[in-house]
Design a protein around this ligand. Structure first.
Ligand SMILES: [Zn+2]
Length: 129
């Protein structure tokens, strides 16, 4: 009697362990899929950055070669644009020009005013990036 109870308990214990193993395998599979998607997105971003960097270099070389601008002028202008939001952090300021209808501040990444829904006119070709 005691021996049979131990066998039954062992079977239930094994069933629980098998379920935990299946749950762990399922979670690992989901984590692999998430990591694979993240890597695909990082690869796409790296390709996009490489292309944008190439275009920026080409534009700068054209401008430099067809004007009297120098590397120092580029650095001064980049620092000027960078600091427009009060932070010299090597990034474009997130705030763009105010909404043309309601006058509230607008984020560069938002094509429409979040307050009144007015489409923001593009003031720069770089706003869509
Ligand atoms: Zn607005």
């Amino acid at each position: 009697m005691h021996n049979q109870l131990e066998k039954i308990m062992s079977i239930f214990g094994q069933m629980g362990q098998n379920q935990r193993i299946r749950d762990s395998q399922s979670a690992a599979g989901e984590a692999r899929a998430v990591a694979k998607d993240a890597m695909r997105r990082v690869d796409a971003l790296e390709e996009r950055i490489a292309h944008l960097t190439l275009l920026c270099n080409a534009m700068w070389e054209l401008l430099r070669d067809k004007s009297n601008l120098a590397e120092a002028d580029l650095a001064v202008r980049a620092a000027d644009i960078d600091s427009r939001d009060g932070k010299l952090d090597g990034k474009l300021p997130e705030l763009a020009a105010a909404c043309v209808k309601c006058g509230k501040p607008r984020m560069r990444s938002q094509p429409r005013c979040i307050y009144c829904g007015t489409d923001a006119p593009r003031s720069s070709a770089f706003e869509s990036i």
